[in-house]
Design a protein around this ligand. Structure first.
Ligand code: ZN
Length: 232
């Protein structure tokens, strides 16, 4: 008997529908095959077998990404603008945080590990409102684009770090504050340059390059490490 492949120990969800082709989806270690109605079993098996290398790679990548995330409930340090800030928990009647040279003090009413999450969320949001607003205005001013900037907003989006509308409204995901400062500056440059070019043309990238010369390596860092920055 051959050793079962590790994905063979994971349940595979099989759904049939009125579709023309067979497809494989993997999300959060859940494997799903979507097949046309009346697809024979052996066909599904063969299809899965041909996808083994891709499946192993994808599952390993997804599992690695989950493991690489900071466990904020247990963490002794948190990432903040390239610094590894010590997290100091203390009991208090009301939840609050305070940042000083010793680290980030989190005052928590309860003992639960999860209680620190809303506080950290508040901390990063607060920092984002200060730093990203300041950096965005400074760069928009330097590039002579301040007249096109109408508003700066914040939200927690799963897929996007930043967004710029044709009305000149820039939105950031405040969790970018966990990234090194040059990566934060790249994101700001990216969104501010959209005030000039609302596309990803070569003229846009040239402007990003002149605003933030290390944009290429910072962009790559964000692509390779962005998944680790998620707080919730
Ligand atoms: Zn863009």
């Amino acid at each position: 008997m051959t050793e079962p492949l590790f994905w063979q120990q994971l349940p595979v969800k099989l759904t049939y529908s009125r579709r023309k082709t067979i497809a494989l989806h993997v999300k959060d270690s859940q494997i799903e095959i979507r097949a046309p109605l009346q697809t024979p079993d052996h066909f599904v098996q063969d299809f899965l077998a041909t996808k083994t290398p891709w499946l192993e790679k994808t599952l390993a990548q997804q599992q690695l990404q989950v493991r690489q995330r900071v466990d904020y409930c247990q963490a002794s340090h948190i990432p903040f603008m390239g610094f590894n800030v010590q997290l100091i928990r203390a009991q208090a009647r009301r939840a609050s945080w305070q940042l000083d040279e010793a680290g980030l003090k989190c005052y928590l009413p309860g003992e639960s590990d999860n209680a620190v999450l809303p506080l950290l969320n508040d901390f990063y949001q607060h920092q984002a409102r200060f730093w990203l607003v300041k950096k965005t205005h400074a760069l928009a001013h330097r590039l002579n684009l301040q007249m096109r900037l109408s508003d700066i907003g914040f939200r927690n989006t799963k897929t996007q770090w930043g967004h710029c509308t044709n009305q000149g409204r820039i939105q950031y995901n405040w969790q970018i504050m966990m990234a090194p400062e040059s990566v934060i500056d790249y994101l700001v440059a990216h969104e501010v340059c959209h005030l000039q070019h609302l596309n990803h043309s070569s003229a846009f990238w040239q402007l990003v390059h002149s605003a933030h010369p290390t944009y290429n390596q910072d962009r790559r860092w964000l692509r390779d490490n962005g998944h680790r920055l998620k707080l919730i």
